[in-house]
Design a protein around this ligand. Sequence first.
Ligand code: THU
Length: 163
Amino acid sequence: MKKETIQIEWYHYDDATKLSPEDQFLLNEAHEAAKQAYAPYSHFKVGAAVRLQGGIIVRGNNQENVAYPSGLCAERVALFHAHATYPDKKVEAIAITAVSAKTILDEPVAPCGACRQVMAEYEHRGGIPLKVIMQGQTGRVLVAPSMAGLLPFSFLHDFLDKY
Ligand code: THU
């Protein structure tokens, strides 16, 4: 028996002004997207913005449904829209944020597991790191330089090719 460990790295910025101008812009797009979310059941509005190669930005937000599981997270709305519109563009980065009806959200918002799986697929397909930028309504920003650290032991298509 051998114990193995995985190290992941992320960057912590005290606030969004410390990000590069293009990442600040992307995060701002996510904030704008959050305002337009359709979240009448959770009252938790999530916004995502995806940057594709060439600087194309695509927004998404959570779309809820009275049949709860029929709704979809902001990240997947953004990524599926991006990929449906620009199927050959690689995904460089995604910014994620949220607004809560209860209180000011000042903690970074991390993507759910299902969204991580979708991000991992696009990162693997594009062959370039997919940067993940996370912030609440305000406050510190966490940046994961790639999806690899956010979803260890990913189930990816080369596994299916093999077996
Ligand atoms: N939600 C997202 O949009 N992204 C996530 O990564 C986590 C959760 C949405 C789904 C639902 O509309 C609301 O947040 C509460 O779970």
